[in-house]
Ligand binder design. Structure first.
Ligand code: 13P
Ligand code: SF4
Length: 317
């Protein structure tokens, strides 16, 4: 914490952190945080951290009675789908996602009419209603694997157009795209990356998330999910890194790598940013906001998420 959270902020956060720990013990609760959460959450109060796939797996494995999701709404819904008997809380109900908002279940039904027989692979950054209309879900760390697991010549991939294009570039399966975008990653440009490369005389490793536009990914040295990017830094320990993803992640990763210089164009996700330490405290204190999934869609949505997890288990992952 000391490496990333300024000392002046400790006094205001510390009582909340202590109260959260007390409430976690009282309620048999865990806090699962996404890699994009602010460092005081990621390093201060989270019990488990990871990318969307890891969060889904951790939610499925935990013995806790209460799961607080420090992330966005679709992540909390996924946790609820995999833990129907547990209480799943999100500290701020407004923590949404531009990708999740880009598509509805009705859109998928129309796509199925237009492309009969083509299975639908849905990125987990979607509502449970959309998942329920899908054959299988995927995350950015298993998208190619999930698409190929279906053995179909053509697959409808949604809602992220750029992740879909990344998948298309890495498989022979024909990919039908939807034009949803992440409001954080769509803003990166290749010119921006080239400017950074020029500024550091080329002595910089560019790591990008596949939600970025293809021309940005073409400039990267490595493309991966948030956890894939963390792993790359862990394994390669480059002297200087440009992380082309949400801004908070560089702070979180830098804690374990004081020897690596993190250069970051700071694009913040306003949805992820809605979650704060005081809101996590209030969430546990008042048991709010409980996330539920209507019975009519929960079964089908769960099946799509569980099928994704089975693809991972199939390769021993
Ligand atoms: P990851 O699955 O790579 O963590 O991505 C989730 C996300 O919301 C990226 O913007
Ligand atoms: Fe959604 Fe983008 Fe925010 Fe991730 S970073 S939660 S994809 S808006």
């Amino acid at each position: 914490m000391a490496r990333v959270v300024p000392e002046v902020e400790w006094d205001s956060e510390a009582p909340y952190v202590a109260a959260i720990e007390r409430l976690k013990a009282e309620r048999n609760a865990v806090v699962i945080a996404h890699n994009y959460q602010a460092p005081q959450i990621f390093h201060g109060v989270a019990d488990l951290v990871g990318d969307s796939l890891a969060m889904a797996q951790l939610a499925a494995e935990t013995d806790a009675d209460v799961v607080v999701v420090a992330g966005v709404h679709f992540m909390a819904e996924t946790a609820k789908l995999l833990n129907p008997e547990k209480t799943v809380l999100i500290p701020d109900l407004e923590a949404g996602c531009s990708l999740a908002e880009s598509i509805t279940g009705a859109d998928i039904r129309l796509l199925r009419e237009r492309y009969p027989g083509a299975p639908v692979v849905t990125y987990v950054n979607t509502s449970a209603e959309v998942k329920a209309e899908s054959d299988v879900c995927c995350t950015s760390s298993n998208a190619v694997e999930v698409v190929e697991s279906l053995g179909a010549p053509r697959v409808i991939f949604l809602p992220d157009e750029f992740l879909g294009k990344w998948v298309a570039a890495n498989t022979d399966v024909e990919i039908v795209l939807w034009r949803g975008h992440c409001m954080v990653h769509e803003r990166f440009t290749p010119e921006e990356i080239r400017r950074f490369r020029d500024a550091y005389g080329g002595d910089i490793q560019v790591l990008a998330h596949p939600e970025c536009p293809p021309e940005v990914l073409a400039e990267a040295d490595f493309v991966g999910s948030t956890s894939g990017l963390v792993r790359y830094v862990d394994e390669n320990r480059p002297s200087r890194v440009l992380l082309i993803t949400e801004c908070s992640m560089a702070s979180n990763v830098s804690v374990n790598h004081p020897e690596v210089e993190f250069v970051r164009p700071c694009n913040i996700c306003p949805h992820m940013n809605r979650i704060t330490v005081p809101k996590i405290f209030e969430s546990l204190r008042d048991m709010k906001h409980e996330v539920t999934v209507p019975y009519e869609i929960a079964g089908r949505a769960r099946r799509a998420v569980e099928l994704m997890l089975e693809v991972g288990r199939g390769r021993g992952g």
